[in-house]
Design a binder for this molecule. Structure first.
Ligand code: AMP
Ligand code: ZN
Length: 468
């Protein structure tokens, strides 16, 4: 089978055929700043990266995935001004910055689990790699790329010829953007901190000794230091959200290439934002701070519905979040699960992969991860008149990429065949009530079914019915 995958590379601004430099694809994805819960916008980016990773595996590329955990140095302003997000999180909650970091790291991992996102092979914390960061800064100093100000060691971006090669923006525009946060001691507005000194007269909770004085690393240096440490020789793909293009990733490239003299990552992929009505990106600071917990879990809405929703949009197109998005997504996912369960009840054997569908599925994925098209094939398959065993086998094969956990819906969950006719009828009526989001009618029917001795439960793997 054709093994080519085409991905949109921000660096070249076009779709390119993907080629790996080594026997195992090196994938680095910028991870969370663990000073608060992730919002569902952040999670959109992690799902895009999961789909990319699953696609690479589906095409038989082994992947080594590294994700950093930013637990120091990311300041409230992205340009090295303002408070450290970790220290301000600690102040907000009256806990230590270390406690905050470990609490929100665990919360993040639990979000990934709820969304069926495959964990990276390596999680690396910035605070566990201070030495690597200091060594990288020292290398840059040796080569003359740094200078000192009263508050830190800075990288001189004017020494980089192609500083704008990722953003493709005129230099003046990058400089204009960077001027938002004034720092009169910087030589160029785009220069950024590699090491910041602890403020005189006050103690930070997180600080380390360094050749330049006590302080903490700047935000960008951690990703360079850790990706070079774990993916040296396999710098294939680096990802993040589009907001990382102009500052964070631009600076990662500048400092890494200045230090090593070699190209830093071949493919740069960026996920578009989850936006709020009106077009603004969803942010932690925007009025409603929507988390997986408050939007899905505490509402008894299976969080996989969010994954299902995101599968319906292309990763490079902004997606708008509306108040009814969660319930709509749930209804779509449940309807799919029902069809799969029904299909399971028709099957009787192993089945074969249906080649024509598999090759269309691969073609959709290979075209810069056209997941919406890939998902549409599942619906097409469900309606097709191919053998039930083969349809199921093929859909479950697709689910290795889609990640909806379809294999786990057991056939016994909906053994309609053995149920009395009146219960079957009530169940069908309840399913259509749910399809049209008539929740009160669906609840009423559940009670009715219960009064006739059967218990209906809506679980993460679909509807379950058992004797009460
Ligand atoms: P942070 O925790 O702020 O460092 O962000 C974690 C990831 O979420 C980064 O890759 C960001 O680019 C991404 N991100 C931030 N806001 C959004 C959004 N509204 N939609 C999608 N991704 C986002
Ligand atoms: Zn990063």
């Amino acid at each position: 089978m054709d093994n080519k995958i085409f991905l949109y590379n921000t660096l070249s601004n076009r779709k390119e055929e993907f080629n790996s430099e080594s026997s195992e694809v090196g994938l680095y994805t910028c991870g969370p700043t663990v000073y608060n819960f992730a919002h569902i916008g952040n999670l959109r980016t992690y799902i895009f990266e999961d789909l990319l990773k699953r696609t690479l595996s589906y095409f038989d590329y082994p992947v080594k995935h590294v994700m950093n955990i930013t637990d120091v140095g990311h300041l409230v302003g992205d340009m090295d001004m303002g408070e450290d997000k970790m220290e301000s999180g600690a102040l907000r909650e009256g806990r230590s910055a270390w406690d905050i970091a470990s609490f929100y790291t665990e919360a993040f991992k639990s979000d990934l689990q709820h969304l069926n996102i495959i964990e990276p092979n390596i999680y690396c914390r910035a605070t566990d790699h201070i030495n690597e960061q200091i060594a990288l800064i020292a290398r840059l100093e040796e080569k003359g790329f740094t200078y000192k100000t009263s508050d830190g060691i800075y990288f001189n971006t004017a020494l980089i010829k192609d500083y704008n090669k990722l953003s493709h923006l005129p230099l003046e525009e990058l400089q204009e953007g960077a001027r938002v946060e004034k720092n009169l001691e910087k030589k160029n507005s785009t220069d950024f901190a590699l090491w910041k000194f602890s403020p005189v007269g006050s103690n930070r909770q997180m600080e380390w000794d360094s050749p330049w004085g006590i302080g903490f690393p700047g935000w960008h240096i951690e990703c360079s230091a850790m990706s070079l440490r774990y993916l040296s020789g396999q710098l294939d793909i680096h990802c993040g959200g589009v907001d990382h293009i102009n500052i964070h990733h631009t600076n990662e490239i500048a400092q890494s290439e200045a230090a090593t003299g070699e190209k830093f990552f071949n493919y740069w992929l960026h996920g578009a934002f989850l936006i709020v009505p009106g077009g603004k990106k969803m942010a932690k600071s925007s009025g409603d701070f929507l988390t997986l917990e408050n939007t899905f879990i505490s509402q008894d809405i299976d969080p996989l519905a969010y994954r299902f929703l995101l599968l319906q949009g292309h990763y490079r197109k902004p997606m708008e979040w509306r108040p009814d998005s969660a319930l709509n997504a749930l209804s779509g996912l449940e309807s799919l699960r029902r069809k799969i369960t029904e299909l399971k009840s028709e099957t009787s054997g192993e089945g074969r992969l249906i080649d024509s569908f598999v090759s269309r599925f691969r073609a959709a994925l290979a075209d810069d991860l056209n997941i919406p098209q890939a998902l549409a094939l599942v619906q097409e398959l469900l309606k097709s008149d191919e053998e039930a065993n083969d349809r199921l086998k093929t859909i479950l094969n697709f689910d290795a990429v889609l990640g909806l956990g379809l294999a786990h819906i057991s056939r016994d969950d909906l053994s309609l065949g053995s149920l009395p006719d009146d219960i079957k009828k009530l169940l069908t009526a309840r399913n259509s009530a749910r399809d049209s989001k008539d929740w009160s009618e669906s609840d009423r029917l559940r009670d009715e079914i219960r009064s006739r001795g059967y218990l209906v439960e809506d679980t993460k793997d679909g509807m379950k019915i058992s004797k009460a």
